[in-house]
Design a binder for this molecule. Structure first.
Ligand SMILES: Cc1cc2nc3c(=O)[nH]c(=O)nc-3n(C[C@H](O)[C@H](O)[C@H](O)COP(=O)(O)O)c2cc1C
Length: 306
């Protein structure tokens, strides 16, 4: 048995060199699939794991003697790298300063984002945790302003062909099925947004992606944990911040390109490989406007239990 993803449906192979195993049992402790057990002071593969090796690689990364190799599910020993030293990792104060300095940026300078920075952002985002390895997050990168603009123009053109979706009769028809909250959201947010996006685009103003010099779209597959693209996008956003770029997450595009034939055509045209439950855009570029102050934010609620 193995947990399926869009990239693999096989379990990974576990190879243990008994001559190198020193019996420390760290691999057994970190494997929550119970794929490994100790026998005669050596780690061996278990006969009855829960799912079969998912290829997280933790056993190989924790082994002090290099006795374990995991191959399969897009993983191999070549994926191990030396940990950066603790002294080079950001402190809480440094991380908090980065987080506090971030603002959603929607005004960009007319300066392209260098390809090296796009690579760095992707490199950092790929370190994000995922529901199950191997990551089932897909990324569409719109590398320059012309690409971003063309995408947004086409998106507005696509929306213009879907006006029935926010028409009075359709919303009235759907209310019993999708409930009061969705009805409120559609009438008070989605419907006006349709008109704002398409109307402003007709007047030459891009309120979809704000004429950003680059954009990333993180999305899943039918198998993906819906949180995965959002976590990866958050990592990308913070990486971009650390590189001196301004960013803004855009949640409005994804849900509108999921269902129906027109949506499928739109996705195919733009190289989007799957429909998926969750996805989000992150636009990036050099900010044109500088903020003077931070803005304190609060959660809707925090409930402590002790
Ligand atoms: C999941 C998500 C979706 C968002 N979608 C949009 C969007 O479609 N358009 C937009 O202009 N801003 C969008 N934003 C940005 C928020 O509006 C922004 O975070 C909020 O106004 C607070 O500002 P701050 O990020 O500077 O704290 C989104 C943010 C998140 C986290």
């Amino acid at each position: 048995m193995a947990i399926p993803t869009s990239r693999t449906k096989e379990k990974a192979q576990i190879l243990i060199n008994p001559d190198l195993c020193n019996g420390c049992s760290l691999c057994v402790q970190v494997c929550k699939d119970y794929s490994l057990i100790m026998q005669n002071n050596k780690a061996i593969e278990a006969d009855d794991p829960f799912f079969g090796c998912i290829g997280c690689g933790h056993c190989m990364a924790v082994c002090p003697t290099g006795a374990i190799q995991i191959r399969g599910r897009e993983l191999s020993p070549d994926d191990l790298f030396d940990l950066p030293g603790k002294e080079s990792a950001a402190t809480y104060a440094q991380l908090l300063a980065l987080l506090q300095r971030r603002r959603s940026i929607r005004e960009f300078r007319d300066k392209p984002v260098e390809p090296e920075l796009i690579e760095k952002i992707l490199g950092a985002a790929q370190t994000a945790p995922m529901g199950l390895p191997p990551s089932d997050v897909n990324v569409l990168v719109l590398e320059n302003r012309e690409r971003v603009r063309a995408f947004s123009q086409d998106f507005c053109h696509y929306l213009a062909g879907l006006k029935w979706f926010v028409s009075g009769w359709f919303l009235a028809l759907m209310r019993p099925f999708w409930g009061k909250t969705n009805d409120e959201l559609f009438r008070q947010f989605v419907k006006p947004l349709f008109h704002i996006y398409t109307g402003e685009m007709e007047r030459g103003t891009d309120l979809v992606t704000y004429d950003a010099p680059a954009a990333f779209y993180f999305y899943g597959s039918p198998y993906t944990d819906p949180a995965d693209p959002i976590v990866a996008a958050t990592y990308a956003m913070l990486a971009a911040e650390s590189l001196g770029l301004g960013t803004c997450m855009l949640g409005a595009i994804h849900p509108l390109i999921q269902s129906g034939k027109k949506a499928r055509k739109f996705r195919e045209k733009h190289g989007i490989r799957f429909a998926s439950r969750e996805g989000v855009f992150v636009i990036v570029g050099y900010p044109r406007i500088k903020f003077q102050k931070g803005i304190r934010r609060t959660f809707a609620s925090v409930t402590f239990q002790n």
